[in-house]
Design a binder for this molecule. Sequence first.
Ligand SMILES: Nc1nc2c(c(=O)[nH]1)N[C@H]1C(S)=C(S)[C@@H](COP(=O)(O)OP(=O)(O)OC[C@H]3O[C@@H](n4cnc5c(=O)[nH]c(N)nc54)[C@H](O)[C@@H]3O)O[C@H]1N2
Ligand SMILES: Nc1nc2c(c(=O)[nH]1)N[C@H]1C(S)=C(S)[C@@H](COP(=O)(O)OP(=O)(O)OC[C@H]3O[C@@H](n4cnc5c(=O)[nH]c(N)nc54)[C@H](O)[C@@H]3O)O[C@H]1N2
Ligand code: SF4
Ligand SMILES: [Mo]
Length: 804
Amino acid sequence: MPAERRSVERLQGYCALCVSRCGATAVVEDGRFVALEPDPAHPTGKALCAKGRAAPELVEHPERLLHPLRRTRPKDGGEAGWERIGWDEALELVAGRLRSIAERSGPESVVFSIASPSTSASDDSLVWIQRLMNAFGTPNAVTSMELCGWGRYLATRYTFGEGVPGDAMPDLEHAGCILFWGYNPNLARLVHATATVEAQRRGARLIVVDPRRTVPARRADVWLQVRPGTDAALALGLAHVMISRGWYDGEFVLDWTNGPLLVRDDDGRLLNERDVRVDGSPQRYLAWDEEKGGLVAVAPGDGSRRLALTGTFDVVTTTGTVACRPVFELVTEGCRRYTPARVAEICGVDEAKVVEAARMLWESRPVAYYAWSGVEMQTNATQIARAIAQLYVLTGSLDRQGGNVRFASVPTHDVSGSELLSAGQRAKTLGLQQRPLGPARWGQVTSGDLYEAILERRPYAVRGLVGFGANLLLSHADAARGRAALAALDFYVHCDLFMNPTAELADVVLPVASPFEREALKVGFGVSAEAQAWVQLRQRVVEPRGEARGDTEIAFDLAHRLGLGEHFWNGDVEAAYRHVLAPSGLTLASLRSQPGGVAVPLETTYRKYAEPVEGRPRGFRTRTGRVELYSEEMHEHGAPALPEYAEPGMGHGARPDLVERFPLVLTSGKHGLFCESQHRALPSLRRLALEPEVELHPQAAAARGIEAGDWVSIETPEGSVRARARLDASLDPDVVCAQHGWWQGCEALGAPGYDPFGPEGANLNRIIGRTAVDPISGSVPHRAYLCQVHRSAEPARGARPGRD
Ligand SMILES: Nc1nc2c(c(=O)[nH]1)N[C@H]1C(S)=C(S)[C@@H](COP(=O)(O)OP(=O)(O)OC[C@H]3O[C@@H](n4cnc5c(=O)[nH]c(N)nc54)[C@H](O)[C@@H]3O)O[C@H]1N2
Ligand SMILES: Nc1nc2c(c(=O)[nH]1)N[C@H]1C(S)=C(S)[C@@H](COP(=O)(O)OP(=O)(O)OC[C@H]3O[C@@H](n4cnc5c(=O)[nH]c(N)nc54)[C@H](O)[C@@H]3O)O[C@H]1N2
Ligand code: SF4
Ligand SMILES: [Mo]
């Protein structure tokens, strides 16, 4: 066809494939989606990664699921015998089975599993799926929180009353110093990578804590090459240097943290007014007033330099004299053991670098920080998150311009439907009994607890699973147990764009439209004040393939068939969107007429904790209204009130019995070309990374007769898998870094798939177990696990056919 007669449309939107959500323009030629390009007018639109550019391949992929499917054979490890059925039949079947399970065993025995929004477009529909869960009556959501978000969003709530860095985001635009801890935005969130380059260009400093010499590590002013899983010791050591040299914001500590509050030596509680006066209030916390030489009740904000941060004070309580010390004294003591020399020993980081980083954090503040995967998947993830939070407090940068800031958000109605779930149902969240401080407190269930509830019926039997994406058997530890658990379900429905080894165990599979084939509403893009004020109704770029439908539509359809339509605007998605938007004053028509997005005029304010509310400073949403360096709540549950270092549970210190057989430490990292277990079937991406790789130091390789490119087997006490050796002299010789998520073949290239369940395959999470997990959160040590590496034969090709 001559060029002039072709129709070319350019449709503004954004790429929804990962957490970056880059502003983008889709090019559609004669009705075909042919390219995705950056949209520089969008606050996240400066660049696109290879995955985003491969979006047309994803949409047009021959292996996309196009029709609802029903299993016709038993789950005995053989073929599923998928049979095509219609949507009506599929939805009736699903609703009927879910209803009958709920009637027989209670709605809590149906669990929802959702792909993490960081690795997928589930961000489009998450809130509607939550609403469906709440209306249905189940408190149980499996979203990888224990691996992906505990530290960022939840553990730090014990310190700040909100998630830092998850809720209060790094203000990279104005930061004096950027701290990336176990985070590599160059692979994981492009928009943070470009903002960091700009920040460095205008003079911001960069500190990176990572066992690997990543691109940000190379560009950093200081790279702290930490041994996997020892991060808490490093954070405590940095805090020690800052405190002992006076490099900390004493005013912030006095006025806004519980640093000056007194802790009773006898029972570890914070001293309150009731302790010293029978008619005193237990909500009034006491500090030592040095001027007056006595106790004083302090509220958030009224610190002043008169309060003691050090010393021991004998306090006459209603039950006798008790020695008390200010929290900050205990903080100081808790860090003191972590001298630079000790940190060097534990973490493998040069002493001088520890001091240099501490000085930089102080002298180049405000500090903006982000910590992620490297420190989430650890047996002491909670302590690491709290130790980094404690360090961050010392900089006094919280909610200051250039620090971590809660950017102003467009007002909307919350539609998650939490009011639809009764307290009684909420109390049934799996894992709440074993780990009451953990993710279950916020409705987040670990995969370990899910498997236990299915297989052992503890604390009750789970019989149904509703999967909106997620590939548990590739993404989570204990793949073999996971497989047994999913096969034992009474009913499992999985909604996805592609079949995957997890979905293979479903009873019904529903085809999902890609984000380019569906509309979605996004309010706020998170990463900056400008981005957070951005609202966009992402338009459909092309019609859905086959019979695929968006997750939001599926959630609304299911709600209707479950008799819950009244909570879902009787199936009218647009009415639901209008409800969300009502407080913002925005209309769907105005958003449709500006498909590139709308900037809502908002002003981000700082130090919001100091703003007056009814005549008092707002403070923090914690028990004391202050930042809680010391968590009385943790103490009440027998957990450390102050962050502590604990050896990695699957490391050499904790498991001397395994050192000889497994002398190396295994960690993993995201692949720049693929999201988690996805995208291996896209030729333009797979061409650049044909096979799974494991990075190891040339010395470690030589000692094992391994050369670059050799196939090796990676072995842990749980079993072994294969990968190709990549040598990297910048690694610690004891550390190896592997890749997870390999199973899918790429037929167009003849690139093989890999058996997810055997040693010939490459599913890294089949060799990660749960014998040691974080006692508070259940986080699994995907990032610090003892292992051995051997040379091995090439894996049998086609161990699993291309499509899978
Ligand atoms: N291209 C791509 N982008 C993605 C994803 C993807 O799979 N591919 N996944 C998305 C998801 S779900 C997430 S959670 C984010 C995650 O984004 P990131 O957290 O940046 O993910 P990683 O690159 O895996 O991990 C960050 C760094 O942690 C380091 N690390 C490993 N072990 C340790 C340790 O013990 N201590 C410390 N301090 N660091 C350690 C690794 O070397 C790595 O460089 O990315 C999202 N974006
Ligand atoms: N060893 C090791 N294991 C890890 C990690 C690690 O670093 N190392 N990282 C962990 C982390 S941080 C995370 S978040 C988890 C991720 O684990 P998962 O949430 O399971 O993520 P993915 O493997 O990307 O699988 C996503 C699935 O959702 C589907 N999908 C994508 N978009 C959509 C959509 O819009 N709708 C629907 N219905 N489906 C969709 C995809 O096709 C795919 O099947 O893995 C964890 N596992
Ligand atoms: S980083 Fe890549 S995959 Fe993620 S949103 Fe941007 S373009 Fe899409
Ligand atoms: Mo994640």
